[in-house]
Design a protein around this ligand. Structure first.
Ligand SMILES: Nc1nc2c(ncn2[C@@H]2O[C@H](COP(=O)(O)OP(=O)(O)OP(=O)(O)O)[C@@H](O)[C@H]2O)c(=O)[nH]1
Length: 833
């Protein structure tokens, strides 16, 4: 005997009064009690599923499912419903059979409706989880005779949702024409036909208040009644001849009256309870399980079924099942997706991969995805295969879309980091002196392997993504980096040898061209050949590390050779551009220096004509050397001869040929590419050269003549001889009278002093007239000044009256001044020259 109490709430019924059980069933009940005590009190509470006005209590059902943990049952659950006339003891039966707490009518208050709508409760202690629904009684006075709409709707609902339907009926109604349950059965059969491909439901007829007539005798009568009703139900064409057994598994049990034979009633109920254990096992009471929706979809399924029923539409159970599966799988998938999105491990991984390469990325993410998908599989396992798989694929797709950017980022990190390491490794290998090609090859192999390894590490098992494109890009990156480094190293190398060549050629070529002679071009050729050979040999050995093909190597070498030629050509062009300057320079240098490179002084003995000729010839040689590039042995021409014949010895030239060889823009045997100065240009340059050097020659001639004049101040010898003969007597007179000699000497001194003071020679330098005019103005002051000085000298106390001494000192001063002035004059005349 056990008792449990529950305070009734708005939507809950209190447990029935204490139940007493016979010793017969004590042991069974005891063991059940142990199980039952494990269940929470709440599980005994019944919940109003559908209210009397047809409102579906969705929240109530969801709470109920949560409380009894129905969602976790998968397919392991059974639903039992009871139908029957009002106040036929349905709730009493359920409460005794399943230990539920449906509200029963109080026998002392009279027969009135207690159950409105549909109630639901869990049957404690029964495995698997069994849910029972108590339906509003049929044929009730409360709804009126004609209001059978709810009756039909609830019957259809019970048939669609339940595995087992108990039909409660009075024993005395069996075989009676006006039995209370007949309209009910009719309704059941009618609505059953409205279910497309219905599941086979177990219809258990519970005969109440059984009489002494044994069940064996009652059952055939009942089955006959049922058959009759089935036959009388109008059926669609497809089910015209379908037997009742196709839709229903009919079972019949009879119970004693609860009111009159309570003990027996309880014993029988206890026996009946055993049938509900393991009801879903093969051969169990539940029978056909095709239409069962997984427990997690029960709430939604029940709501939808009720909605369809209320809208008075036919119920297509298979389609409904698919629909429930679709909705539920979608819900589960969304839930799993959301929880993956919020998963901390995933968020951490996603954040980390934004900035750097994450080791073990593939493994971590694969495991997170695996967990997410397996938890979906676990929850959705009982739903339609096709729907479940489709939704799984969708979930997978969504997850892949979510994680793909992270994967791509990961590949990008792998690519960029490996590329960076590759660049460093290649650089190090080259620094260590490894040959370029070998270093590039080794590094490529090594880093491609590393890249593959890291890509493998990032692989997401569920994704099956191909990293081929990134690999190709990586490979292209390596190639382009190698090509870049190779080009830069080659150009460095080329630049090195080019600069070496430039250094070796530039200055020497300039020097050779400056000293233009017949040997200039052979010497330049020799120099070019030697230096190029040396550079090419060094360059070739440096190129060996690049493992170039023959053609490429030849091209590089010939480029270097051409560069060398280019330097020489460039330098020659440079010199050719300033040939006039160089010619003048050379002319001036030769003209103004003697063979010992000493500056020439134009004394008058020099042969200016010959010197001019030599200097011009030499300048012309410069012109002929710079007129064309002659870098090849076969470059022979007659430019030199032509120029000499035409410009220096025009008589010889014109006597041989009538046409002017310089009246052309090309040289004979010289291609235009090698021509630097055309014949016409040579002529014009020569003319200009002559014009511009003419002044130097004129200056030299003038200087020579001036020198000559300076050296010829003595009168001619005949005049000296004439003077000696004619002046012999006067000379002798002077010798005989010393006074005259003194007077002459003093006069000479005075005149000399005047000459110096007046700077007569200087005054006449600018011409005779200006000289006379200047002297006439300066003469008197100078004489006065001279006399004043003499007077001052005469007045000095020491030498007063000593004329001899005055004369002597005047003479000395005068001679000093004279000497100074002479020196000044000499230097100024030299300067003028
Ligand atoms: N004669 C008889 N009366 C019973 C039996 N079982 C219960 N009753 C009585 O029938 C009355 C109605 O019982 P309920 O269990 O409330 O019946 P119900 O079918 O659930 O009633 P509604 O929910 O209103 O349709 C109560 O007074 C019970 O005591 C039985 O086996 N035989």
């Amino acid at each position: 005997m056990y008792t449990y109490h529950h305070t009734p709430t708005f939507q809950e019924h209190s447990c029935p009064r204490s139940h007493s059980v016979s010793s017969f069933n004590k042991s069974i009940i005891k063991s059940e009690l142990q199980l039952f005590s494990m269940d929470k009190e709440a599980e005994c509470c019944s919940t109003h599923l559908i209210e009397g006005d047809g409102t579906f209590n969705r929240d109530g059902l969801d709470n109920f499912i949560k409380q009894v943990k129905l969602g976790e049952c998968g397919l392991s659950y059974a639903v039992v419903a009871i139908m029957g006339p009002q106040s036929s003891g349905k709730s009493t039966l359920l409460n005794h059979l399943f230990y539920t707490n449906f509200r029963e009518m109080d026998a002392y208050r009279g027969r009135s409706q207690t159950t409105k709508g549909i109630w639901i409760a869990k049957c404690p202690g029964i495995e698997p989880c069994t849910i029972v629904m108590d339906l509003e009684g049929t044929d009730g006075r409360e709804r009126g005779e004609d209001d059978t709409a709810f009756e039909k709707q609830s019957a259809l609902f019970a048939l669609a949702v339940s595995d087992i339907v108990l039909i409660n009926m009075w024993c005395h109604d069996i075989g009676r024409e006006q039995a209370a349950n007949k309209p009910l059965l009719k309704t059941v059969f009618q609505v059953m036909l409205r279910l497309f491909s219905p599941r086979k439901t177990t219809l258990m007829f519970v005969i109440r208040d059984k009489t002494r007539t044994p069940l064996e005798n009652l059952e055939p009568v009942l089955r006959e009644d049922i058959q009759k009703i089935w036959d009388s139900v109008p059926k669609p064409e497809a089910h015209k001849h379908t037997p009742l057994s196709e839709f229903f598994n009919v079972q019949v049990v009879a119970l004693s009256s609860y009111e009159e034979k309570e003990e027996q009633f309880k014993e029988q109920v206890s026996d009946l309870r055993q049938k509900f254990f393991h009801s879903i096992a093969p051969g169990g009471l539940a029978g056909d399980r095709r239409g069962v929706v997984p427990a997690s979809g029960f709430s939604f399924s029940a709501q939808q079924i009720w909605k369809v029923i209320k809208e008075n539409k036919d119920l297509d159970l298979p389609a409904h099942k698919v629909m429930v599966a679709t909705v539920r799988c979608e819900e589960i998938a969304n839930e799993k997706y959301s929880s993956f999105v919020m998963n901390e491990d995933w968020l951490e991984l996603e954040e980390a991969v934004q900035s750097h390469l994450v080791p073990g990325f593939g493994k971590k993410l694969s495991s997170l995805l695996y967990n997410c998908l397996s938890s979906y599989d676990e929850e959705a396992t009982y739903f339609e295969d096709s729907v479940r798989s489709a939704k799984r694929r969708q979930l997978e797709d969504k997850l892949m879309q979510l994680v793909q950017p992270a994967y791509q980022l990961m590949l990008e990190h792998i690519r960029s980091e490996t590329l960076e390491s590759f660049e460093k490794a290649l650089n190090d290998a080259l620094k260590e002196g490894q040959g370029f090609a070998a270093a590039a090859r080794d590094c490529t192999t090594e880093f491609m392997r590393l890249f593959d390894e890291q890509c493998q590490d990032a692989v997401i098992k569920q994704a099956n993504w191909d990293s081929g494109k990134v690999r190709d890009k990586f490979s292209r990156d390596l190639d382009s980096h190698i090509a870049e480094v190779r080009a830069s190293k080659l150009s460095e190398l080329t630049a090195l040898y080019e600069s070496k060549l430039k250094e070796a050629l530039y200055g020497p070529v300039e020097a050779l061209l400056e000293g233009a002679s017949d040997d200039t071009w052979p010497a330049i050729r020799k120099l070019l050949h030697q230096e190029t050979k040396k550079a090419v040999s060094e360059f070739s050995s440096a190129l060996s590390g690049f493992e170039m093909d023959e053609q490429e190597e030849e091209t590089s070498i010939s480029k270097l050779e051409n560069y060398a030629r280019g330097i020489v050509e460039g330098k020659t062009r440079e010199e050719a551009a300033k040939v006039l300057y160089r010619m003048k320079e050379r002319f001036t240098s030769i003209f103004n220096h003697d063979n010992d490179s000493m500056p020439r002084v134009w004394t008058g003995k020099e042969d200016i004509r010959a010197i001019t000729k030599t200097a011009r010839s030499s300048s012309l040689k410069l012109l002929s050397v710079l007129a064309a590039i002659r870098l090849d042995e076969e470059d022979t021409d007659k430019i030199g001869d032509t120029l000499v014949l035409t410009l220096v010895d025009p008589k010889k030239g014109t006597s041989k040929s009538i046409t002017d060889p310089l009246a052309s823009s090309t040289w004979e045997e010289v291609p235009p590419t090698k021509t630097l100065i055309t014949p016409v240009q040579c002529r014009s340059l020569w003319s200009q050269f002559q014009r511009e050097t003419e002044y130097t020659i004129t200056q030299a001639i003038a200087s020579q003549e001036a020198n000559k004049r300076n050296n010829n101040w003595l009168p001619p010898p005949w005049a000296i001889a004439a003077m000696a003969i004619l002046g012999f007597n006067e000379f002798m007179t002077l010798l005989r009278n010393p006074l005259w000699l003194l007077i002459i000497f003093v006069s000479y001194l005075l005149l000399k002093a005047l000459w110096v003071q007046l700077d007569i020679a200087g005054e006449f330098r600018n011409g005779a007239l200006p000289g006379i005019l200047s002297l006439s103005t300066k003469f008197l002051p100078t004489v006065t000044n001279l006399l004043r000085k003499l007077a001052e000298e005469g007045q000095t106390p020491v030498n007063t009256g000593n004329h001899a001494h005055l004369a002597q000192s005047t003479s000395t001063a005068s001679s000093e001044v004279t000497m100074e002035n002479e020196m000044e004059y000499t230097s100024s005349s030299k300067h003028q020259n």
